[in-house]
Design a protein around this ligand. Sequence first.
Ligand code: GTP
Ligand code: MG
Length: 211
Amino acid sequence: MEKESYDLLFKLILIGDSCVGKSNILLKYLKNEFDPNSRATVGVEFGTKNIIINNKKIKIQIWDTAGQERYRSITSAYYKGAKGCFIVYDITNSQSFDDIIKWYEEIKRSGDKGVSIILVGNKCDLENERKITIEMGKNKAKEMNCPFYETSALSNIMIEQVFKSMCEDIYNKIKSEKKDDDEDDDIEIVKDENKIVNINIEAKPKKKCCK
Ligand code: GTP
Ligand code: MG
């Protein structure tokens, strides 16, 4: 079997309450698919994608886990080595917005120093059911000193951009550490070898997510 080669590996993680759409954000980004009946994640899944930044082949590994307390098996291994973390809430669910602080504290406590964070308000296609205004999202992100995006996994709004922004941020941090800044920063997708791997060995939950 051919050995896979890449210059850098970025581990990214998705956190946030159950049903905010973490798994669908991942699914949309990696496979351009959406699952209206997705089940609550059990254990941990991860997907991979290769991108090129500045002529460097970068493998991104995106980890997804359960937001639901009873299925959560988050250990320090989930956070360990993550260079980027998306804290996701649902713009139609106030509780998920209130819980951001809990997730923020968790990543600060368990994540690596210098992890890049992006706040993501998902389901922005549901404008009629909106509970959290864009302004509220922006203010929260300001408090956390991180970028803010509203996304829709359903309508494919800002999904690609949020990952691109994360990778650029991480890359620029690495580059500034290495003081190597005379090349251009274009990001492009090289290969479609995206896959999602379930590394959970527990049984699937009987209940649908959000039901
Ligand atoms: P856990 O695995 O339990 O932590 O949930 P999750 O955050 O992974 O949520 P999931 O992706 O399973 O989505 C939950 C529900 O919201 C599903 O019914 C999805 O179809 C729906 N959903 C996800 N993203 C969107 C979106 O952008 N818009 C709309 N309208 N629905 C969405
Ligand atoms: Mg999930």
